[in-house]
Ligand binder design. Structure first.
Ligand code: BGP
Length: 475
């Protein structure tokens, strides 16, 4: 595309503002493979998929996956070809610290990420690094994982090493990816490893320690590494919670749904404690169950000081919207029982190849607006957003991006949300957790039957290439 500035083919307001960053995202366990290469330790996902192969669709695991451990240079070239400016990837904690602890460092793992970062920078792509995207070292799961309060300090020590090693090159850090997903791996809806079923207790306890870990890592960065000038956040998640009807009860239920997902983690880091409605309901239910202590732990004064004000931007993962109404299923303790809401989909929302992902573009705008109102218009980056479609002619994915970009621009121009970037999930097809390789989120397809894991651009990659070229013209 060669347009000179004064011949921009489309009106400026149909584009994103100057400086808006486009990128793509992946996570270590989902793309790297090399599960035991060069001294890497075992993660909970390695362990769980080996011990329970039927946990994942078609009994797959990510032992090899995209083999990005060996083929990362191909990924970087793909990012460059499409025109992405940012690559959000995660570090595998057990690849750099096989036992989870800094007492033994795997130099080959350290080198791998250094090479990846250097290759990105050499190609003009900015790294955005997630420290924990679900592949906890098995050695730490063996001592209780996120249920063990000691994990906060172990995470801080791991983060310290990462900031020290990569911090002069990495300016964007995400401590924890989707803490609201992680809690289900302990609280039980069989979503992921270690797949514990501690309903209504393990979820709150793991969430508590995730927040403590994040707080410690943030404070450490402030104290020791602020000269590096980086920005830190979490990648928060949930569906957009839309009231099913206009009734007062459903509106309140949708609000509870938000506070028990995004709010669970965002409220503490922006405001210093759990959302009041969460505190109130879990305390009340715990009492009614005859417990002397609440299932939702309390932060100490010191922890509140440590956690309050520990995000430099809001990392927002948005895929879809749920309809929410007031109601409850079951009578045993659980998060959804505490939150007292039921979910459904509007039958008019088109479905994707993943049953949980309905296409609701306006949800991304409504969610951004909600975040603006809740936390005083923070800087916001859409850290994940994407669509599963296997076809090489993936026009539905193009339409998904087109419509979501359009709603995001409305959030920026009309609602005045401070949104500065978007990273697509994902650059390549990868191991989608329990769905294995059956859901394909890549704008680039990968042939998993081919030992070379050949990567081929889909139509959506070509569309993005043009879109991003256009975006660059106004920079
Ligand atoms: C997000 C995760 C990603 C990615 C994505 C797609 O929740 O952060 O790692 O996997 O969901 O969804 P799924 O893998 O469930 O199909």
């Amino acid at each position: 595309l060669v347009f000179s500035d004064d011949k921009l083919p489309i009106a400026a307001h149909t584009m994103f503002p100057k400086g808006f960053m486009f990128g793509a995202a992946t996570a270590a366990y989902q793309v790297e493979g090399g599960w035991n290469a060069d001294g890497k330790g075992m993660s909970v996902w390695d362990n769980y998929t080996h011990e329970h192969p039927d946990f994942v669709a078609l009994n797959e695991n990510a032992d090899v996956s995209d083999d990005s451990y060996h083929l990362y240079k191909e990924d970087v070239q793909l990012l460059k070809t499409i025109g992405f400016q940012v690559y959000r990837f995660s570090i595998s904690w057990p690849r750099v610290l096989p036992n989870g602890r800094t007492s033994y460092v795997n130099q080959a793992g350290i080198d791998y990420y250094m090479n990846l970062i250097d290759d990105l920078l050499a190609n003009g792509i900015e790294p955005m690094v997630t420290l924990f995207h679900w592949d906890l070292p098995q050695a730490l799961e063996d001592i209780g994982g996120w249920l063990n309060p000691d994990i906060a300090q172990l995470f801080e020590e791991y983060a310290d090493l990462m900031f020290k090693t990569y911090g002069d090159k990495v300016k964007w850090w995400i401590t924890i990816n989707e803490p609201f997903s992680v809690v289900w791996f302990y609280g039980g809806n069989s979503a992921g490893a270690p797949n514990l079923n501690l309903h209504g207790t393990g979820d709150y306890l793991s969430g508590h320690n995730l927040l403590r870990a994040h707080g410690k890592a943030y404070r450490l960065y402030q104290k020791k590494y602020s000269h590096q000038g980086g920005k830190l956040s979490m990648a928060f998640c949930g569906p957009m919670c839309q009231p099913k009807t206009d009734s007062k009860d459903d509106i309140a239920a949708a609000e509870r749904c938000y506070q028990f997902s995004y709010g669970w983690f965002a409220h503490p880091v922006f405001r210093g404690d759990y959302p009041p409605v969460m505190r109130e309901l879990v305390d009340k239910n715990s009492k009614e169950e005859g417990r002397t202590v609440s299932r939702l732990p309390y932060f100490t004064e010191e922890e509140i000081k440590e956690i309050n004000g520990t995000v430099d931007f809001f990392g927002m993962n948005y895929y879809t919207t749920n309809l929410i109404n007031d109601g409850v299923i079951g009578d045993f303790p659980s998060v959804t029982r505490d939150a007292h809401y039921l979910t459904s989909f509007d039958p008019s929302w088109p479905s994707s190849e993943a049953d949980w992902l309905k296409i609701v573009p306006q949800g991304i705008r409504l969610l951004a607006k909600k975040v603006k109102e809740e936390y005083n218009n923070p800087t916001l980056i859409v850290t994940e957003n994407g669509y599963p479609q296997a076809s090489m002619d993936d026009y539905e994915r193009i339409s998904y991006f087109e419509s979501h970009f359009s709603e995001l621009r409305r959030a920026i121009y009309e609602d005045k949300c401070n949104i500065i970037g978007h990273t697509t999930w994902s650059i390549i097809d990868n191991f989608e957790w329990r769905k294995g390789y059956t859901n394909k989120f890549g704008v680039v397809s990968v042939d998993f039957n081919d030992p070379k894991r050949t990567r081929t651009l889909r139509r959506s990659a070509e569309w993005l290439q043009h879109y991003l070229a256009m975006h660059k013209l106004i920079q």
